[in-house]
Design a protein around this ligand. Structure first.
Ligand SMILES: Cc1cc2nc3c(=O)[nH]c(=O)nc-3n(C[C@H](O)[C@H](O)[C@H](O)COP(=O)(O)O)c2cc1C
Length: 300
């Protein structure tokens, strides 16, 4: 479908944007009102935008009833906010804290959470959270005056807390231990756990050759996906003729190709599928050498 914001009702556009822009991290924001009432609410219009200065931005939207959210009112009045991080263990308590309780209600109490005094700001942090960032509000940028308009609360972290329990033995944060959750569209969330987590090495400092430099029979492969072609295109040079010839002598290659004549249309399929297997096992060089057997076999 084409999305033309001006032709859609705000809730329709909201559903489309939130369903496609995700998973979004959740800022579980604690603030204190001018009267000293503690407030806690989740915001998934949120992210980190820089580390020097360490900057977080969240965005309470203007609701239909015109009432500004307590988080926005408090952040504006006091200039302080704590962003607690939500993981799977706390997801239901976080959701409960999103209830639009009246301003004298403390959502820590409603959601069964423990207030832990912050070091540099007045709002307490959620003691149960795996991480929390004490922030000073640098600026609030309203994005409009109608319902649905965001208000960017630009925060600078002045003090952080991260649970020792989410680090691995090398001192890195272990995503399996962190068990973070993200907000999707509708009532959907996702959990960064199990098969959802995977690593993808950054492209090397040597620039990969790119799709445009892939030989046409590879670029137009009927069997390799965009991800697989990208893996091949991330290499910066092709194996030389000697390597290709030597690879051809391997038993696994000889065995795989022995039933095919040079001209067989299925030879191509077999080779591409073999390359796919190597890519699955992270053996990019072998995948390249396998594919280049075709040029070798079909040399004029
Ligand atoms: C996971 C989650 C994410 C949310 N993200 C936002 C958001 O980014 N912006 C917003 O205006 N409301 C968001 N909400 C709704 C607010 O949490 C809700 O309006 C809450 O009552 C606001 O509380 P407050 O008035 O105490 O600040 C979210 C709710 C949930 C459950």
């Amino acid at each position: 479908m084409d999305v033309k914001p001006e032709l859609l009702k705000v809730p329709e556009l909201h559903a489309l944007l939130l369903g496609t822009i995700g998973p979004r991290p959740i800022a579980w924001a604690s603030t204190v009102s001018e009267d000293g009432v503690v407030n806690l609410a989740p915001y998934s219009f949120f992210n980190v935008f820089g580390t020097h200065p360490p900057t977080l931005i969240l965005s309470p939207a203007l609701p239909r009833d015109g009432q500004r959210k307590h988080t926005l009112i408090n952040a504006e009045a006091t200039g302080e906010i704590v962003i607690n991080i939500v993981n799977f263990e706390l997801v239901e308590q976080m959701s409960l804290s999103s209830t639009a309780y009246s301003e004298e209600v403390n959502e820590f109490i409603k959601s069964g959470l423990t207030e832990k005094a912050s070091v540099q700001v007045k709002p307490p942090r959620v003691a149960e959270a795996i991480a929390a960032y004490e922030c000073k509000v640098k600026e609030i940028v309203p994005l409009g005056s109608a319902a649905g308009a965001g208000n960017l609360i630009i925060c600078e972290i002045v003090q952080g807390y991260i649970s020792d329990e989410i680090f691995d033995d090398s001192g890195n944060i272990d995503p399996f231990k962190a068990d973070l959750v993200g907000r999707m569209g509708g009532d959907w969330y996702c959990r960064a756990q199990g098969d959802s987590l995977f690593t993808l090495p950054k492209p090397g400092t040597l620039h990969g050759m790119g799709f445009d430099q892939l030989p046409k029979f590879i670029r137009k492969s009927k069997w390799l996906t965009g991800n697989e072609l990208a893996r091949l295109a991330n290499q910066n040079e092709l194996p030389d003729a000697d390597e290709i010839a030597k690879f051809c002598e391997r038993d696994e290659i000889q065995g795989s190709l022995k039933d095919f004549s040079d001209k067989s249309a299925r030879l191509e399929e077999k080779i591409h599928k073999l390359a796919k297997e190597y890519l699955k096992k992270n053996k990019t060089k072998e995948a390249w050498l396998t594919l280049l057997q075709l040029t070798n076999i079909r040399k004029p």
